[in-house]
Design a protein around this ligand. Structure first.
Ligand SMILES: Cc1cc2nc3c(=O)[nH]c(=O)nc-3n(C[C@H](O)[C@H](O)[C@H](O)COP(=O)(O)OP(=O)(O)OC[C@H]3O[C@@H](n4cnc5c(N)ncnc54)[C@H](O)[C@@H]3O)c2cc1C
Length: 327
């Protein structure tokens, strides 16, 4: 029997979250090692609309599970519906975007199906002719490779880790629709509110000076602000811990659960380079990183790496620029 690789799409009100295409890119990497049938699953009232977009863009076959009344994501619904469907399809691998939505239902689904669940998958590698999965640990300093001992595995695909570029000409995939009745017994969705969006300064800035935990104190952010003000069209930003500490507003957080930015220059100050941060700034045109740790993972993506104490480095930069402006 032909092996199947399934992808669970993420979509809302007919709009497909781009992380879905990253999960499909991960599935295609598996297919490269183990040729298989690819099926993408969409679930909810809007499953057909989302499914049509996915089939057109990727050529993937889509199974659209139309669930009357299921307008919003509900983890209870996903667990129950997918448990039935995956038992029928028997995919060897299921790629699920590792977002808060994926985190909600995947581990419980794996337990229900008695399957393995590998989280934070960043790369597919070939080991003994079979796909294995790489994820980083310790903020990108160590790469772990994992393979499943169970025949069926759920993979939570790390957002930002796979490049979802679908350019080749292909005919659209077939969308098969099934209608499923479902009634919530455990969780009732009370709806969604639009959160304050990312600071528009982040989207418009050509230069972003971004602070991480290495900045040490809220007071030192002043140094970061002064360096940002050296450039026109610039702003400061930060990693998630700084926002969690309340040193910066969440609108200035860059990363998987913050903003995605693509400035001409991204100056990362005291940021370790965890995959969740890289997911938001990896597309920057030029990256300069300042870090005291020469083995920090941020240096893997930096165009210029400065191994130095950021306070000293930023102070020297300000002094140098001051001297230049007086020449
Ligand atoms: C589901 C999920 C979503 C997440 N989303 C995000 C997200 O959107 N954005 C995000 O940023 N993180 C996110 N994270 C957190 C992420 O995993 C990392 O914990 C975080 O990015 C680390 O932030 P940091 O680099 O500032 O801190 P750390 O990892 O603590 O790194 C601090 C760095 O500063 C360096 N340093 C220390 N002192 C100095 C000094 N004096 N001078 C220079 N360098 C110095 C250190 O060597 C170290 O490399 C998420 C995590 C999860 C689980």
């Amino acid at each position: 029997m032909e092996t199947t690789v399934a992808v669970v799409a993420e979509h809302r009100l007919g709009l497909v979250n781009p992380v879905t295409y990253e999960a499909i890119a991960c599935a295609l990497e598996i297919l490269r090692i183990r040729p298989s049938r690819l099926v993408t699953i969409t679930i909810g009232e809007d499953s057909e609309e989302a499914g049509r977009q996915i089939a057109a863009k990727t050529g993937s076959q889509v199974l659209a599970l139309k669930v009357p009344g299921l307008e919003e994501f509900n983890g209870d619904a996903y667990r129950t519906i997918l448990a039935g469907l995956l038992a029928e399809l028997e995919p060897a691998w299921v790629c699920i975007p590792g977002t808060s939505q994926g985190l909600d239902f995947s581990p419980g689904l794996a337990v229900r199906l008695g399957q393995c669940c590998i989280s934070n998958v960043e790369r597919v590698v070939e080991r003994d002719g079979e796909p294995a999965f790489a994820r980083s640990l310790f903020n990108g300093k160590i790469v772990a490779e994992l393979s499943s001992l169970i025949a069926k595995t759920l993979l939570m695909v790390q957002p930002g880790a796979f490049s979802a570029v679908f350019t080749g000409s292909h005919s659209p995939g077939v969308v098969e629709t099934r209608t499923i009745e479902w009634k919530s017994t455990h969780i009732r969705s009370l709806g969604f509110r639009i959160a304050q969006s990312a600071d528009s300064a982040l989207a418009e800035a050509s230069v972003i000076v971004s602070a991480g935990r290495g900045v040490g104190s809220k007071e030192n952010l002043d140094l970061v602000r002064r360096v940002a003000s050296l450039f026109s069209k610039s702003t400061i930003a930060g990693s998630r811990p700084l926002c969690d500490l309340g040193w910066l507003p969440y609108q200035l957080q860059v990363g998987q659960t913050g903003a995605t930015v693509t400035p001409d220059l991204y100056l990362a100050c005291g940021i370790s380079g965890a995959q969740q941060h890289l997911a938001g700034m990896g597309g920057s045109k030029f990256i300069v990183a300042v870090n005291t740790d020469p083995n920090a993972a941020i240096f893997n993506v930096a165009d210029v790496g400065v191994v130095d104490d950021l306070e000293g480095f930023l102070s020297d930069l300000l002094e140098e620029s001051n001297a230049c402006s007086h020449k």
